[in-house]
Design a protein around this ligand. Sequence first.
Ligand code: NIG
Ligand code: FE
Length: 431
Amino acid sequence: MDRGVSPQADLFVYNIGQLCTMAGPARPRRGAEMADVGLVSRGALAARDGMILAAGPESEVRDGVALAPGALEVDAGGRVVTPGLWDPHTHLCYAGSREEEFAWRLGGRAYLEILAAGGGILSTVRATRAASDHLLLTLLLSRLDQATASGTTGIEIKSGYGLSTAEEIRLLRVIRAAAATHPVRVVPTFLGAHAVPPEFRGRTDDYTRLVIDEMIPVVAADGLAEFCDVFCEEGVFDLAQSRAILRAARQAGLGLKIHADEIAPMGGAELAAELGAVAADHLVHVSQDGIAAMAKAGVVAVLLPGTSLTLGSPYAPARELIAAGVPVALASDGNPGTSPTESLQAVLPLAARTLRLGPEEVLAAATVNAAWAVGRGRVSGTLEPGRYADFVIWDVPNYRYIPYHYGSNLAYEVYIGGSLAAREGVMVREQ
Ligand code: NIG
Ligand code: FE
């Protein structure tokens, strides 16, 4: 290797059979752009201090960078490398589980009916409020291990199972503590408006005021969340309440996200566009106007097919969204009610089959577009010089195998900031 003026790499990954750089414009991919994975055959990747120096054909990368003394050299063995997955929508900070309710739903009871009767989200609120900080942190960290070992290198985590000022802040502090000890990159989101707690039953406007007047100011002042989200849904928060909450959040300096048109058409997508939300999520019942408004405003559509599968509900109109020029991302929605998983990888084969996304679109949706859906697109989501060295070595013959095969963990090694975080499904911790 050239030892002249070339930058010195402390990590060099070579013998990559297929390298999907996802390189492209510094904005979310839309339309036909989603079919371009920036494919390089026989690739290599060089990094320094956790950032990519070069990623491309092996001969070019070898010529362009020198190796620092003691640099780590990794033989990818002809495997596939992609950017690490970004999971831009999860509710993984909770206690308890809801397999009983799942069985009721299989028997025909509706999700919103169970919630209205005090179950659903509210049963997880009871279990979460009763759990100690230590238990919540332990549970969250073990879920983050699962996520990382399956290829997730960045993840959004929402509060929303506290539903009082003190409890919501407690959950955001647990999320912050988890982020401080776990290698995965964490984006915290405040979701105080996830459901109306029992203390406010029948008084949704009063609870909305509490979220606006008490919770949002504290969350913003303490820097506990980057985004504010609302469950805009029939019988939960209506359009006017959602608008009021999101406006207050924007005023307080938080970015905006929204659970939009998940179970009933509510105008959530239109609201996301109106307020300049970074993303609108679910969109199973999005209207034509909503699609057009999102395309115009550049709102990312975060689709959650694991939730449709679990609820037995229809799937979001992914093809229509892509055809209209809306950037599409994927997320796990990891939560105990509608998507009990930590693995975004598990959602990729589902997305191919149920949303009819091609393999390239699936990868774009779970990397570059997912990073933009949480405001991280400028620093991650692609393997280009200057981005984080967050990537997965997949034990597959080619990248199209990733959404094709399902049911086992295909992530061979997972790197975050240039350090090995997991190998063959197990976290690797520095000694
Ligand atoms: O995204 N819809 C609201 N929130 C979650 C479900 C949370 C729960 O059921 O505990 C969702 O589907
Ligand atoms: Fe959700």
